[in-house]
Design a protein around this ligand. Structure first.
Ligand code: 5GP
Ligand code: ZN
Length: 115
């Protein structure tokens, strides 16, 4: 938990958001500025600033981010039409929130640039 972190505040319920899933390891909520019909952010409940701060003890949680993404894709009805999972790390990738998050994007043919 980081007092300054927006996503820690969302996880802790101190900042409102549209939460679509939560358990003891991860929380998923809709992006405030969606770039696709489905745009969900899936975050570890533990404050990890970015993939640069990952340690071996986080591997189970990070794996769980991906199975949660798969389950939410099914729930959103986009598992068969397809979706994109994105993690931005650092300035060149455009990371603006320094609490690791997995973007789940779907519901349209992707136009978001890859590189
Ligand atoms: P990044 O570029 O760091 O990978 O993406 C951060 C994402 O967080 C952006 O897509 C942005 O729209 C989203 N975001 C920023 N602030 C908030 C907020 O207060 N609530 C929610 N739900 N999403 C946010
Ligand atoms: Zn945080």
């Amino acid at each position: 938990m980081s007092n300054e972190c927006l996503f820690c505040k969302i996880i802790g319920g101190d900042l409102p958001s549209e939460i679509v899933y939560r358990d003891d390891q991860v929380t998923a909520f809709r992006d405030i500025n969606p770039v696709a019909p489905t745009h969900i952010l899936i975050v570890p409940n533990k404050h990890i600033a970015s993939t640069n701060e990952l340690s071996p003890e986080d591997e189970t949680t990070i794996g769980h981010l991906f199975t949660t993404a798969k389950n939410l894709a099914t729930q959103e009805g986009i598992a068969q039409s397809g979706y994109r999972l994105i993690i931005n790390t650092g300035p060149d990738a455009g990371q603006i929130i320094f609490h690791l998050h997995l973007h789940l994007l779907g519901g349209q043919r992707m136009r978001h640039p890859m590189g």
